[in-house]
Design a protein around this ligand. Sequence first.
Ligand SMILES: [Fe+2]
Length: 630
Amino acid sequence: MNALRSPFLSGSVQPSKLILTPTTIMLKPTAKTTRTSKPPFPNSSPLVPVLNVRAVRIEEKPKTSTRREPTTTTTTLPRSANPPSPSNNIPSPPPSRNKSTATRRVPSPPQRRPVVPTLPTLILNAVDDVINNFIDPPSKAYVDPRHVLRDNYAPVLDELPPTECEVIEGSLPACLDGAYIRNGPNPQFLPRGPYHLFDGDGMLHSIKISKGKATLCSRYVKTYKYTKEQEVGGPLVPNVFSFNSLTSSATRGALSFARMLASQFNLANGFGLANTSLAFFADRLYALGESDMPYSVRVTPNGDIETLGRQDFDGKLMISMTAHPKVDLDTGEAFAFRYGPVPPFLTYFRFDPTGNKQPDVPIFSLMTPSMLHDFAISKKYAIFAEMQLGMSPFEMIFSGGSPVGTDPGKVPRIGVLPRYAKDETEMKWFNVPGFNPMHLTNAWDEEDAIVLVAPNVLCIEHALENLDLVHSMLEKVRIDLKTGTVRRTPISARNLDFAVINPAYTGKKNKYVYAAVGDPMPSISGVVKLDVSKADQRQDCTVACRMYGRRCYGGEPFFVAREPDNPEAEEDDGYVVSYVHDEVAGESKFLVMDAKSPELDIVAAVKLPRRVPYGFHGLFVRESDLSKLM
Ligand SMILES: [Fe+2]
């Protein structure tokens, strides 16, 4: 289903019908613009007048809101919770027109029941409407939901219980025994005001594979924010990346304060979206977003996804944690950090193999609040990249604008800290002008040096507001710890990011990188395999490539080793997997590609029973690890 042809986003792009009810305005798709016969909102009021319109204001679910039956708790870690059974749901016709899949049925979304708003909720929602319509409408494209949520960036309307998939090409390799799970934004309520791509509630899309068969499940991470907003039937927490003026910041801040006074939510319980990535360490699986603490999740034997709760690691983890912890599979340790707007602006920490969080290492030598989305580890060091992206909360409060912005006056630096440091006394910083990597792919130690591989964002000023102009060039960076010299070598001139490696090589010298091709940005039109050892010969390192085809776009690739327990296995002996969406057919697939073949041959393609929106990061968890989550 095409996003702007989806039931709630259409307006000037597709001829649509406007539905008017006493409380809301929303779009009803024409038969031509949807692939399912189900109404967009099962409980919506019957059609009143039908008008043809060319432009509309995006609205969302009716104010007489509905909510879904909660399936999990976010405050405890129940081990015996009974997963919802897909057999309890009434099957509905599949979205596909393909006759060969007519017997595969997509379960209906769970039953909803109306939420009766309280008087304070009605008043505060009315204030919110005034702000969205008159004070802070989505005036810029990068926060205009009609632009941001176009095509397959549009959210799916509800969760998908475990649903059998059809293998339509090749066969799933035996080593793919487990689940590939990918995180991404999927706003629970369609935005009435400004909305940035990073602002959506986290939804996990898991394809569980066993004995050559696949089951897809899509579930929200049941964060505190998600749960409280579900209770009241509407948004409570403002979109952090969408502030665009002093007035909007002031009014939205005042509204949030009023909502807290009305006990609608409590910031102490976190406001994170858990929409960015996943990590598995110490026999736990986490959904992550860097503005909050991790949420523990699990995949049940039938392929369902459950949120177990917000994890503070026995009270040792404060406030938040990066969405990109690094796991050393040799030692079982996990390494992480958090950053923030008040000193210390950066704090490093690690978890031992049993998941015990070790004491914080505050980094006061980071002198200004900076956005650090990712970092790297080697066997000896933790490596941080201070970019020209600063955090300016006070500027947001007093001048308006986003809390994160570029700082062209800052010289980017790489910080190197011994990975078992107890304080920052041995930390060294190296100036690296022009080096602004949002992600760090891998690092390893060489004699008196550290080698880092990372996609460098060449136009960092576009990183948040003009994603279509971003170009990231993969670089190999050698940091000489003795002389302080930093040597940078391009690996490819192509626009590459979301670069991954064989996870067993995290922190160790590796040869192969698998990266997503951003073209046209921010869409991902293919995947390349690079041999980074060729960079020293000053040549393009691409050794394999697969483009997905016309208007077919994928996501971050992930490498799954064919023999993960074989220490003699070659680094690239395995498969590259990713979700890929065909915007013409409106269908999504799960692709399995042979990592050793020069064209990344497709060894299996799985037709998904429902669209999987574009998202961020994912990982494959083996069945032997999934079983530890039970
Ligand atoms: Fe990321």
